[in-house]
Design a protein around this ligand. Structure first.
Ligand code: ADP
Ligand code: MG
Length: 307
């Protein structure tokens, strides 16, 4: 499998050792051995590409070695509050004294940067390493930093997603973190699948609204995580209240045999343009303190089960 690079301006910074082979190099070598052998050249290219993949994997793992827990925030569809949950969970964990980062790999709608009010992209050093900017005590890295035009739609194919995420992660200097919260692409298409296979997350927080349709989507997405033999930490019900009702998320958790992590109501506080809602409203903060405590319990439990 060859990994294409995202094209044009959208490329994340290249890491050293990824420049294409010098043209003519192979030909010169083949010439010495008497005649060009396309099969041997192909085999060599394949080995080179595999080596590169192993190196990428190794440096990604090395760059993330100091992260204790990686938590994916995921939903069956967009617009249910996945980014809001990711951001407010991250901020609340940080307020509790933990070292926290947030990684936005929602390929089609990378909105964390806006939700966290980060307007400066990371500084890229000479050795191509990136220091993630920090806001509200949380280190922020997003696919959106590498997107020139926010309004533009980019068509991402699996190998491009895989490559872009690996490049971002092997260049990002998170330092020691207690939690890395990952805003995932929603749904069950190629994008979330690729992200799940590229990262090694400790578990998923599934976000659903109390509505029937959102719950059907949530079930489908929970089943995808289970099919991949990954760990579901539990369900958060978002946007509970007069509009969509209440209790659907809890019912979903019960039906699927999962932990109910908590409920957050539909509130005006999310309209604040300067801060995440948990830093604006005491009520939202309480909701997220409960969710954060439940997430910690779920992580501790799954760590116990794994050992
Ligand atoms: N509990 C809530 N109450 C009110 N508005 C909310 C709530 N949760 C999310 N929103 C708003 O709904 C919209 C979609 O939420 P978002 O987190 O971006 O969803 P997603 O990431 O799943 O697409 C945003 O404008 C957000 O501010
Ligand atoms: Mg979002």
């Amino acid at each position: 499998m060859t990994h294409q690079h995202p094209e044009g301006h959208h490329s994340p910074p290249q890491t050293p050792g990824q420049s294409p082979q010098q043209p003519g190099q192979q030909g010169a070598q083949a010439g010495k051995q008497g005649g060009f052998n396309p099969q041997a050249a192909q085999a060599r290219a394949r080995i080179e590409s595999m080596k590169k993949q192993f190196e990428q994997r190794r440096s990604m793992t090395a760059a993330m070695a100091e992260i204790k827990y990686q938590i994916g925030v995921y939903s069956g569809k967009g617009g249910v509050g996945k980014t809001s949950v990711a951001v407010n969970l991250a901020v609340t964990l940080a307020q509790g004294g933990a070292k926290v980062g947030i990684l936005d790999v929602d390929i089609d709608c990378p909105n964390v940067v806006r939700a966290m009010k980060v307007y400066e992209p990371p500084v890229v050093s000479e050795d191509k390493k990136m220091d993630p900017p920090e806001r509200f005590g949380v280190k922020v890295m997003s696919m959106a930093f590498f997107q020139e035009n926010e309004d533009e739609a980019i068509i991402w194919r699996g190998p491009m997603i895989h490559n872009a995420i690996q490049q971002i992660l092997q260049s990002t200097q998170w330092g020691p973190l207690d939690y890395l919260v990952v805003d995932m692409p929603p749904g069950t298409s190629d994008s979330p699948l690729t992200v799940m296979q590229t990262l090694s997350l400790d578990g998923f927080v599934v976000v659903s609204t109390p509505q029937e349709l959102a719950m059907v989507d949530a079930k489908r997405s929970i089943n995808m995580i289970k099919t991949l033999k990954l760990n579901v930490l539990g369900v958060v019900e978002n946007m509970a209240g007069d509009m969509f009702g209440s209790g659907g998320g809890e019912q979903l958790a019960a039906e699927m045999g999962l932990r109910f992590l908590g409920r957050t109501e539909m509130r005006k506080d999310y309209r604040d343009g300067t801060k995440p809602a948990s830093l604006v409203s005491k009520d939202v903060r309480k909701e997220y303190e409960h969710i954060a405590a439940e997430v910690k319990k779920a992580l501790a439990e799954s760590a116990k089960e794994a050992s």
